[in-house]
Design a protein around this ligand. Structure first.
Ligand code: NDP
Length: 291
């Protein structure tokens, strides 16, 4: 006895979500703005709704995953009345503010709202390795936790609807930082014709060794104790200049690596040269509405 679910948005991700629900035996109703994207899902047993309202009406819970929050609003504003008394799970990528605004909109229409962030690519959906972050209504999350488990490992982060987006975007920024470092590293070795496939195993081993140090950095941040001096900031600022000089000499753009060099210089100028590099994170905080 699997509960019915509706999925709105049949892009690469929406199709994967609907497919995972079908795999687990959930009666699944789908709708997409542009018709004709549900063919394979229909062949696997999905019901194709003619309108968004029809999709929402078919299930106690609707999962929406479209391009952005503007698309969410355009799609759901006209069907708010049909959503009343049901649960909306919004897995569209957006900002914490957009999530909170949508939670307010949902509350105004008597819709139970759960926001989410998908930390996976479509082929991972439905497997335990797909992490999906949720925040918002705890009651709605708990009621549908087993259903959401069909999509991946469901992690609930609390009642603030914006929290999942915050974590999602923070994790993405860590990923892009890693990509940036990798791209630059491979461009440097590539400038002397080293095949990327030959160099990359060393990158992977090195990054894994460095990743092991992140919890210690977190502890330093939380305690405010950046006194560790085995790899102090001044030393790192000096060797970073070599990294930049060598990149230029090898004909590699420094655009991905300049910002860290600038931050190291700023830390030295701020008198943090003798401390641990974890102290750089403190320099990133600027004023915002919430502090
Ligand atoms: P796609 O580009 O494959 O699909 C976009 C979807 O959004 C389509 O269903 C499209 O409908 C719909 N859409 C766009 N604009 C509107 C609109 N104004 N009104 C109604 N529907 C609209 O994107 P994905 O499926 O890959 O991504 C969907 C969400 O999932 C995004 O927020 C993305 O950031 C997130 N995500 C994606 C990942 C990925 O690797 N693919 C990973 C993690 C998160 P139509 O067919 O009519 O154009």
């Amino acid at each position: 006895d699997r509960s019915p679910v509706s999925v709105i948005g049949l892009g690469a991700m929406g199709r994967a979500l609907a497919g995972a629900l079908l795999d687990r035996g959930h009666p699944t109703t789908v709708w997409n703005r542009t018709a004709g994207r549900a063919g394979e899902l229909a062949a696997r047993g999905a019901t194709v709704a003619a309108t968004a309202a029809e999709a929402v009406a078919a299930s106690p819970v609707t999962v929406i995953c479209v391009l952005d929050y503007e698309a969410v609003r355009e799609t759901l504003d006209p069907v708010a009345g049909t959503l009343t008394g049901r649960t909306l799970v919004n897995l569209t990528n957006g900002t914490p503010e957009q999530a909170r605004t949508t939670a307010g909109w949902a509350a105004g229409h008597g819709v139970d709202y759960v926001d989410g962030g998908i930390m996976a690519v479509p082929p991972m959906i439905g497997q335990d390795g797909a992490l999906i972050l949720y925040s918002g209504s705890q009651e709605a999350f708990t009621a549908h936790e087993r259903t959401l488990g069909a999509l991946g490992t469901a992690t609930y982060l609390g009642e603030d609807a914006g929290r999942a987006s915050l974590y999602d975007l923070a994790l993405l920024s860590a990923m892009y930082g890693m990509f940036g470092g990798f791209f630059h590293a491979v461009a440097m070795t590539g400038s002397e014709k080293v095949p990327a496939a030959e160099f990359t195993p060393l990158v992977v081993a090195w990054l894994n060794a460095m990743i092991a140090g992140l919890p210690a950095m977190a502890a330093a941040l939380d305690s405010g104790d950046h006194s560790a001096d085995d790899s102090n900031v001044e030393m790192q600022a000096a060797s970073y200049v070599n990294l930049l000089d060598a990149s230029r000499a090898q004909g590699v753009s420094t655009e991905l690596v300049e910002p860290m060099g600038a931050l190291l210089r700023r830390a030295v100028a701020a008198g943090r040269g003798a401390g641990a590099v974890s102290s750089l994170i403190d320099l990133l905080h600027t004023d915002h509405a919430g502090n």
